[in-house]
Design a protein around this ligand. Sequence first.
Ligand SMILES: [Zn+2]
Length: 221
Amino acid sequence: MNQKTICPHCKTGFELAFEKFDTTVSCPNCTGKFNPMKELTNAAWERTKTPEFQAEFEARVVKPNQGTTSFMFPIIGLVFCILLGVMLKAQGIAALLWVPIGFAFGFIVTDLMVLPLMLGLPRAIRLVSARQMRAAVFGRIILTPLIWLVLLAIVTFLVGWFLPTAADSLYNNAALNLSANLGMLAIILSPLSKKCRADFRASFDKSYHRFYTGSDESRSP
Ligand SMILES: [Zn+2]
């Protein structure tokens, strides 16, 4: 697999072998020496300082989040980029694979298992004690995360049993573990956002519709 790079001295673009990416190479055009990986990270960092980038950041991140408390999304994004940079230094180019996978894993698992309990249970307790919902809803709320927990435990056990070396290397993969924690943190902090809470309430009402005791009017907002 070849990687494209641009010489910082003469701006000529050329391709080089994947494994040479994080080494010092010399440009075939001007014979100047440089590290393509460093150039890539520097270019990305320099790009964040341009007015175009700041205008885009303002339009895509700052504006849509005004009036909400979802300030942590840009922060999570920033931590993600820093983590990616640090892990690229520590673990090489494989971090480009492990950091997003870890983040997605932490994010999805927490979204499926922790969020329904963290937000769903307090809401259910309130609605059941106000007699707007039947207590059977508790079983339903706990069931889904429980199923995911059991599936996750089975998969972990099977990988550990049949592929102990693979399990070991995943367990010791810093990029994977740190980014999984970040993904988890992103979900745990998400209820701080008004929009996330509203979205959760909407999906709660849809999922547990049949546990409501009264008519539509008796629902608490
Ligand atoms: Zn050159």
